[in-house]
Design a protein around this ligand. Structure first.
Ligand code: COA
Length: 204
């Protein structure tokens, strides 16, 4: 089997048949790693597919890999979550292609959002670094309670709680779109542009 034999695409209604398989694959992988995960319900994954916020990898009709996008704090932060490649398909570069697609999807859809990752996985750290994420302290991540609730299912959540959400086993990594612009636009100009855009919308 080669990477070229795998189809990687933004998921849609036709992929709803894979939801159960995706959830069991994520659950099994978490058990092997001995870490917790943000457990999601089938309806949650289905909605991600219908909202074009998920990427699926297939080998013919066979499920090979998956990841989905979540937004936080009124879409000012984005995460690409639940990355999974089934064991028999690993080491081919599928995760990298899935990650490239979820990242591109997030950048296209919410160009101003910061993209972050909270991970203990070396593979994810390598892929994040390549895409321009930097390691950061937890203070730079979202304060959205809904995001941190996802940590409740992790075996290490006591560390997170004990340190008042400042430190844990996972590494925080952030892609800040502003850092990737060659010059910084002052806040007053951004405010002016926002006003002009508002006027533009009312004139349309
Ligand atoms: C992590 C996982 C998604 C990788 O899938 P994969 O398709 O085998 O990964 P790829 O072949 O695309 O490799 C992507 C990168 O990760 C690296 N990598 C892959 N597995 C790795 C591992 N176990 N340890 C360290 N690096 C690893 C690769 O070398 C590659 O890096 P490079 O681009 O710098 O060479 C897969 O092993 C998996 O599903 N694991 C269980 C779930 C999981 O841990 N998800 C991540 C949640 S944080």
């Amino acid at each position: 089997m080669k990477l070229e034999d795998i189809t990687i695409e933004v998921a849609s209604e036709k992929h709803l048949i894979y939801v159960e398989k995706i959830l069991t694959s994520i659950e099994e992988a978490a058990q092997v790693r001995g870490t917790g995960i943000a457990r999601r319900k089938p309806e949650y994954i289905s909605r991600k597919m219908l909202e074009a916020k998920a990427v699926i990898a297939l080998y013919g009709q066979e499920f090979a890999g998956f990841s989905y996008i979540e937004t936080w704090e009124h879409k000012s932060y984005v995460t690409t979550s639940g990355l999974i490649v089934r064991p028999e398909f690993r080491g081919l570069g599928i995760a990298k292609k899935i990650k490239d697609m979820t990242f591109s999807l997030a950048r296209t859809r919410w160009p101003k959002a910061k993209i972050f990752s909270l991970t203990s996985g070396a593979a994810v750290m390598a892929m994040n670094t390549r895409l321009g994420y930097k390691p950061v302290t937890f203070a730079e991540l979202t304060t959205d309670e809904a995001f941190w609730k996802g940590c409740e299912g992790c075996v290490n959540v006591d560390v997170l709680k004990r340190t008042d959400r400042k430190y844990c086993i996972c590494t925080g990594m952030l892609f800040d779109p502003e850092e990737h612009l060659p010059a910084k636009i002052p806040q007053e100009v951004l405010d002016r542009i926002a006003e002009l855009d508002k006027e533009d919308e009312t004139n349309d």
